[in-house]
Design a binder for this molecule. Structure first.
Ligand SMILES: *Cc1c(COP(=O)(O)O)cnc(C)c1O
Length: 351
């Protein structure tokens, strides 16, 4: 794979915006270069465009040098940048494997790139042959979500490997839920695959969805492209500070992660004991995909009880399914009690 053949011509030629902080790399005492307000509030200066302190800490945690790390305004920013770097509107396409995360399609639709959908097989695994048959020189991005949202299962490693080997474009492995899975991250394989991008996020296990911080890991030439195309100050100062605070106390995340894993087991068993539940799919994430007789009716009932879950019953392969996030022990108990009280024959509306 030659990265230069995959990049859009305008991006290949692009000369990125140089911030005041980019142009001067040395040490100085007086900054009169960026039209900032000089009175110190802790936030009067522009943030570091390359987030060096934060990348250093993330790199220590992940065992990767900063040149393999991009940090963005949520992993959604990384998804969007991938579209902008690789997909020529009206000409190139991405491949997604439904049922999966909705942002891949939204980003492609906004950008004007076609979406080729190759459904996951009956075990929610990528059909490798079918994907490769669909792929051509215009297949710039393949999105693998592992563990997958909304199905909760991880993609089998040999399938990822075959796709990394034979897919002609970039293979994106979205590991938003990796902290809830026991499997090794695909970041370990970055040196072997120049076309691999791994996405992770602070929005799930780290409990920081509100600060909008996502990570992309890839070989250095790919990360350079992200840096070239991203808005110069894409991560604000407050986000960088909050993330550094959280990273200084990794044991808090580990405790919450463990608590959620314990709760996942408990909720799984509760649900399996209920008549209304037909199937609880195995999960390596912080949610469960649950098949019920009438997903719309149960969704409405729970909403009436003040409990909101995600109705995924209209997604391909997910007929009758609700996606239920694992909450606190109290929230899960409340869900369970509501489900115990649910009797569809008496609660369905009269004709
Ligand atoms: C929640 C989620 C994300 C997280 O996106 P952020 O922009 O980092 O909050 C990414 N991918 C998948 C599959 C998700 O479910």
């Amino acid at each position: 794979m030659d990265l230069n053949d995959l990049i859009r011509p305008n991006i290949r030629k692009l000369r990125p915006y140089a911030t005041a902080r980019h142009e001067y790399g040395g040490e100085a005492r007086v900054f009169l270069d960026a039209n900032e307000n000089p009175f110190d509030t802790g936030l009067n200066r522009y943030p570091d465009p390359l987030q060096r302190a934060l990348k250093q800490r993330v790199g220590e945690l992940k065992g990767l040098p900063p040149e393999n790390i991009f940090l963005g305004n949520g992993s959604d920013e990384a998804i969007e940048l991938l579209l902008r770097i690789f997909c020529e509107p009206g000409r190139d396409h991405i491949i997604t494997l439904p049922p999966t995360y909705g942002m891949y399609r939204v980003a492609a639709d906004i950008h004007g790139a076609e979406v080729v959908e190759v459904p996951l097989n009956a075990s929610f695994q990528p059909p490798v042959e079918a994907i490769l048959q669909q792929a051509d020189a215009h297949s710039k991005l393949l999105f693998l979500c592992s563990p997958n949202n909304p199905t909760g299962n991880a993609v089998e490693a040999p399938r990822v490997e075959a796709l990394l080997r034979d897919f002609p474009g970039i293979v994106v492995v979205d590991e938003a839920y990796a902290d809830f899975s026991g499997r090794p991250s695909w970041t370990r394989r970055l040196t072997g695959f120049q076309n691999l991008v791994v996405l992770q996020t602070f929005s799930k296990a780290w409990g920081l969805a509100g600060i909008r911080l996502g990570m992309a890991f890839a070989a250095a030439p790919l990360i350079e492209l992200f840096n070239k195309v991203k808005p110069p100050y894409n991560l604000n100062q407050l986000t960088q500070e909050k993330a550094l605070e959280a990273l200084a106390r990794p044991e808090r995340m580990q405790q919450q992660r463990q608590a959620l894993l314990n709760q996942r087991t408990i909720v799984q068993h509760w649900l399996m004991g209920l008549d209304v539940v037909e199937r609880v799919y195995p999960s390596e994430a912080n949610f469960l995909l649950v098949k019920v007789a009438d997903a719309d009716a149960l969704y409405d009932y729970l909403a009436q009880q003040g409990i909101i879950v995600r109705n995924r019953s209209r997604m391909p392969g997910c007929a009758g399914c609700l996606r239920i996030t694992i909450g606190t022990p109290e929230e899960n108990e409340e869900l369970f009690q509501a489900l115990v009280r649910y009797h569809p024959e008496t609660t369905t509306s009269q004709p």
